[in-house]
Design a protein around this ligand. Structure first.
Ligand SMILES: Cc1cc2nc3c(=O)[nH]c(=O)nc-3n(C[C@H](O)[C@H](O)[C@H](O)COP(=O)(O)OP(=O)(O)OC[C@H]3O[C@@H](n4cnc5c(N)ncnc54)[C@H](O)[C@@H]3O)c2cc1C
Length: 394
């Protein structure tokens, strides 16, 4: 059977794999998705990327479409930390260059059928394909603790809902969480004129200031940190080699994954947090509407009345929340803790169905949560798929 591939998703992972697949002669592949959708629509205006310059590159095989190439082609000048708007425009430029034929329609269902898949598009068109690469990102995995679930969005939102922060000028907002997303949301809210209290369940937030200091040592810093900018000193080099990491015992892989994504903020956030009140070692026990406001009680029984509560509570991978995968298809995908178990070519237990990005982190480690993981993932998967294509005589 002729090898043909459908890529679902046009964020950093979908675009990187598409940029690589187009180098396989004669391969029939198509890619669907709104380019850089998550970055364009679900992140706060004014955000800066936490990953450094080298780790914020998108990958095509010759690395022809780097951030530097984008800047010299367009004159859009910015430096590290990379601003959100610059990164989005870079991604759109990358897409126009590597996959100008991107189809922006949404896929409503991927169904396992015979030895392939049926793809249902939002406008009712149906396609058949032999192989599907899912690069759909983390948006459906936003973690909303149950106690906030039934409250209206005007009172409680998740950082991924991207409620415009300027709306809270002169209002009281509580932000829950101690990672980059919570800290940066708190800063941006305060800079937009809100009165902000950050509620951190654990110890005061950690900052990644050391990383910058060590990196300033030049080549020696490579002993401690990989260019991928993922994981703490020492561990960083190990998790930047997912092929090696996969050979470690399961417990060690789990430890290294969790250790590499502990909540922490970029060093440059610290001075900007000055106007934010920080309450650490406390958590919300209940939240109830009080007129147009929200009354929250903490575990020390203190109460606050706020205009809004913003959850910077992160994401919990669970592929059953990809609503384009129906129960019949999901039943064929072996998972652990919501992550699909993937083989050496990012293929799930359902032959022909691959996952890239965060869902691949159980199998390939924490690098898969970040943009810098696109280089490894796209190269590794393309290597296998080009072998398959040669075998099937494409
Ligand atoms: C606030 C925040 C800040 C972050 N900052 C950084 C950072 O500084 N550096 C970093 O490396 N990572 C950062 N991340 C992580 C970042 O989300 C990932 O690195 C990156 O987006 C992963 O790319 P992706 O291609 O897997 O997913 P996404 O970028 O989410 O792309 C998913 C794509 O799938 C498409 N799609 C989804 N469903 C369908 C469907 N049914 N049909 C068709 N298309 C579909 C979407 O339209 C989109 O094009 C951050 C995350 C958050 C939440």
């Amino acid at each position: 059977m002729k090898e043909d591939i459908t890529v679902l998703g046009a964020g950093p992972y979908g675009l990187a794999i598409a940029a690589h697949l187009r180098t396989i002669a004669g391969l029939d592949f198509r890619i669907f998705g709104d380019p850089m959708w998550f970055w364009k629509n679900q992140m706060p205006a004014g955000m800066l990327l936490r990953s450094d310059w080298g780790a914020s590159q998108l990958w095509d095989p010759a690395h022809q479409y780097s951030l530097e190439a984008y800047q010299s082609a367009t004159g859009d000048k910015f430096s590290s930390p990379v601003p959100l708007a610059g990164f989005v425009n870079y991604g759109l430029w990358f897409q126009r260059n590597v996959v100008p034929n991107l189809d922006t329609r949404k896929i409503v269902e991927v169904a396992s059928e015979g030895s392939g898949f049926r793809i249902d598009l939002e406008d009712g068109e149906i396609l058949k394909t032999r192989r599907v690469i899912i690069a759909a990102g983390i948006c459906p995995f936003a973690r909303r603790p149950a106690k906030f679930e039934n409250l209206p969005r005007e009172l409680v939102s998740h950082s991924s809902d991207n409620v415009p922060l300027s709306r809270f000028q002169g209002k009281k907002v509580a932000v829950v969480g101690g990672g980059q997303s919570a800290l940066e949301s708190a800063v941006l809210l305060a800079e937009n004129g809100a009165e902000v209290e950050l509620l951190v369940r654990g110890a005061p937030p950690k900052y990644l200031g050391w990383r910058k200091k060590i990196k300033s040592l030049g080549p020696v810093s490579k002993l401690f940190y990989s260019w991928t900018d993922v994981g703490p000193a020492g561990i960083s080099n190990l998790v930047s080699a997912p092929g090696l990491l996969r050979m470690f015992p399961r417990d060690s892989q789990d430890y290294l994954r969790k250790r590499s994504i502990r909540p922490a903020g970029a060093g440059w956030l610290k001075p900007r947090l000055e106007p934010v009140t920080m309450t650490c070692g406390r958590f919300v026990t209940s939240a109830k509407p009080a007129g147009s406001q929200l009354r929250i009680t903490l575990d020390d029984q203190t109460e606050r009345t706020v205009d809004h509560l913003l959850l910077g509570t992160g994401y919990k991978i669970d592929v059953t929340r990809y609503n384009f995968l129906g129960p019949g298809t999901l039943a064929k995908i072996k998972t652990t803790d919501g992550f699909p178990q993937l083989d050496g070519a990012f293929e799930s237990s359902l032959p022909g169905l691959h996952f890239l990005g965060a869902p691949a982190a159980w199998s390939y480690g924490p690098l898969m949560y970040f943009v810098s993981g696109t280089k490894f993932a796209a190269r590794k998967l393309t290597h296998t798929l080009s072998k398959n294509a040669r075998k099937s005589g494409t």
